[in-house]
Unconditional design. Sequence first.
Lengths: 66, 583
Amino acid sequence: MNRPGPVGIALVLAFAVVAVIEFRTVLGMVGIDIAIGPYFAGAAILLVGGAAALFAVPEELTPESV
Amino acid sequence: MEVFANEYPDEAWVVRAALGSAFVALAIGGLMGLIQTLHRTGFYDSLISNADYYTVLTLHGVAMVLLFTIFFLVGFFQWAITDSLGRKSEDIRITKLWYGMMVLGSAMSAVTILGGFVDSGSLSGVEADVLYTFYAPLEAHPLYYMGLAVFIIGTWIAGFDWFRSWWAWKKENPDERMPLRTFMVLTTMLMWYLASLGVAISVVFFLIPWSLGIFDSVNSLLTRTLFWFFGHPVVYFWLMPVYMMWYVIMPKLAGGRLFSDPLARIVFVLFLVLSVPTGIHHQYVDPGIAEGFKFLAMTNTMFLLLPSLLTAFTVVASIEHGARQRGGEGYFGWLTALPWGKPAFTGMTLAGLMFAAAGFSGMINAGMSINYLVHNTLWVVGHFHMTVGTAVALSIMAATYWFLPKITGREIFSRRLGLAQVLLWFIGMVLMGNAMHRAGLAGVPRRTADPTYDQVIYDGAYGAIGELRFQIALGGVLLSLSLVLFFAHLVLSSFDIGERAAATPDSIPAPLSGPEQAPKVLDNIRLWTSIAVVLILITYILPLASIVTDGGGWLGDSYGVIVAEYVLPAVSSTIDIFVGVVA
């Protein structure tokens, strides 16, 4: 499998932010509560990671960057 | 073949103007959205009063769901008709007329809404805090309704303008099949003519005379039903151009071709036939309508899932074809071969994904029994922010990155910036939309400036309301940041004049299964319109008759007053004159 490029990483991290948010809901449904502090900190780190990946996206697209 | 902007400069001017109007509305609506979300969640509630919240809410709704979407639609449709038929407007003055009327109508309504912020001076008393769902008993200034009427008449003339182009093209090409984009535009406009008839009757015959003081009251249930006659199909009026983007632009961006032209036509025929006779599903909790009529509306609504499922199949098949042309392999490996680096493609794909999620919450709304649980809660707000706020708005913004070079003749400023914008919108809307759904399940009401649910802890699934409010506020802020990026992108693109001209030529590739595979009956729009009319009559005649006969007549309480003060004296005078003449 090809290594993901910066666009792929940014996309995966965007979905990861969403997954983290939803996962807390799912855990809450089975009675496991995660403290809000680490939860939002984790989501924020993923968001920053996605933004950093975007900075590495070349303006002129090549097959490798997709 | 030249870029659209150079080949059709007059039409491109109208398209640019319409898109410009759409984006002005988006900016205003977005700002109102931010104020609203921070006020309602309690994070910054000192900017406006609770009373002004409803002015903000009205402006947000009208700007976003009527002006932004419909202005973009008319611009996009003008491009689609001109480009697919390969001909200029029959009379560019008519084209400019309908655009001018839409601007005038918007300005008239906007003045009355903005008047809600003014407590004294010349605008004092000019108010329209009636939300975008403008039915009685909430009453607005007459100018608000008149503005909306002018705006809607503008869209009707636009449709007529496009029909004229098609009629002229058909005369010259009698044996040709109607181009797909033209077919999509015309079926959408036919649906719009049927749908907007309800709100036109409500506005012209009831709301304007009532707001002018000619009637003391109106039959609220009647105006509400006439509004929803239009209020649900207007959703498809926003969605159908987006479906056109998904059918026409996405396969091209993916490097492939549309999987099936006939399936696309079937989808638009189904929308024409089924969109209008569903509006009563917005009135499940309305006690004035019998359950049987609601059941009929629910059945029709469930049928409407079919065109959306067909679209999901066709669009995914088309982009998979494109991915495989680009070297993609395997059951899921082809996904990595898609052009995720293009903001237009990524934005529209994420919008489609969110639309699938919104479809599931839509099924909850459409079900009569379960709708009662969520009807007046924030769940509904979450639902339509994921449909119109993402499937439509995000697709429009993403498509703009593809569309702008066509109508301006120069490339967009930065793909990186575009990607950041669409991803930020996606994350912001998931945060906000998800939290709104969950808050709705917990019973948080909609259309309220200050719901007093602060820090109520709900056991189990829902988490603290405080947390949900935080997620809604955070989502709203991220969405606003995304809007700032979008507008920055538009401005920076416009300063890039002469630096990077748009690539030419840029045609839409032929579908894998073309129009020659489609039965000719699909192009018989008279037949489909007639079926739509019959379905509307079946669904609406009896409920409307019941509302009028059991609900106090056409004008509610003032019906008797009108008859006693105006009709009977007029009849009596006429008889006296007649008797006098005879004698």
